[in-house]
Design a binder for this molecule. Structure first.
Ligand SMILES: [Fe+2]
Ligand SMILES: [Fe+2]
Length: 268
């Protein structure tokens, strides 16, 4: 989990560029909503450390609100994609090739991230309103986009998860740098200990952030991989058995991790 790192898959096709531009737009909106000024704080910190700390740095509460917002959005795509593939299978009377379960699992995982953070901090009415508005727009937008181009949508989620890994990596760095004293003392809530089966002695806030970041890195890989596949005919490699188990291939845990996703010929 310590080895999970920030990564980026370069946009190659037009659909990749569309996904990346949409994501960048959303990221801008989200930074605004959660008062996230990391880049500004870093730039200021080089000139005037004290001023940067008082005006732009991220406090524990700001991080938590960012997590809550991020997770409330992140739980949507898997459910929408899973639902649409489910409906597709029903009306076309065709098998789904194992995608639905992985997609629903992802949205459940994101919801557990959200519920975990809610045990630590309660959002105020403004944040609740932002979440409400964001879901209204994002659910419908993602729904329509997934009907038009599921491949672009998986790429988009891949990019979204790249951002999630960045967010949690920065929090861990801030924590290690002693900037988040409240987190440094905090233990993971019970709900998290049960869900991740966190062993005794490894239940700190830092451990929790490592677990969550590892989940995000897996979502990143899964969605970039699904974005490389033939949406109609290919099986879900994460639900497949491989003849040659010794050859690296997509797996559910972080044994063979491939941040940019598996290309189609290696995934199948
Ligand atoms: Fe998450
Ligand atoms: Fe995620």
């Amino acid at each position: 989990m310590e080895e999970v790192a920030v990564a980026h898959r370069n946009a190659k096709s037009t659909s990749d560029y569309v996904a990346l531009s949409l994501l960048r737009m959303m990221r801008w909106g989200m930074d605004l909503a959660t008062g996230y000024k990391h880049d500004k704080a870093v730039a200021k910190g080089q000139k005037d450390a004290k001023d940067a700390k008082s005006t732009s740095s991220m406090t524990e509460h700001k991080w938590l609100m960012r997590f809550v917002f991020l997770e409330s959005v992140a739980g949507v795509p898997g459910m929408v994609a899973g639902m649409l593939r489910h409906l597709h299978s029903l009306r076309r009377m065709k098998r789904d090739n194992g995608w639905i379960e992985t997609l629903l699992e992802e949205s459940y995982n994101e919801r557990m991230h959200l519920l975990t953070f809610l045990k630590i901090a309660e959002p105020g009415w403004f944040m609740r309103l932002m979440v409400l508005g964001a879901q209204g727009v994002f659910f419908n937008g993602f729904f329509v986009c997934y009907l038009l181009s599921p491949r672009t949508c998986h790429r988009f989620v891949g990019y979204l998860e790249e951002e999630a890994v960045i967010t949690y990596t920065r929090t861990i760095q801030d924590l290690d740098a002693g900037k988040l004293p409240m987190f440094a003392k905090m233990q993971a809530p019970d709900i998290a200990v049960k869900y991740w089966n966190m062993p005794e002695g490894s239940r700190s806030m830092r451990d929790l952030l490592l677990y969550i970041r590892a989940d995000e890195s897996k979502h990143r890989e899964v969605n970039h991989t699904l974005g490389n596949l033939d949406q109609k005919n290919d099986p879900n490699p994460y639900a497949s058995k491989f003849e040659d188990e010794s050859r690296p291939h997509p797996v559910k845990d972080i044994k063979y991790s491939r941040p940019q996703g598996w290309e189609r010929d290696e995934a199948l």
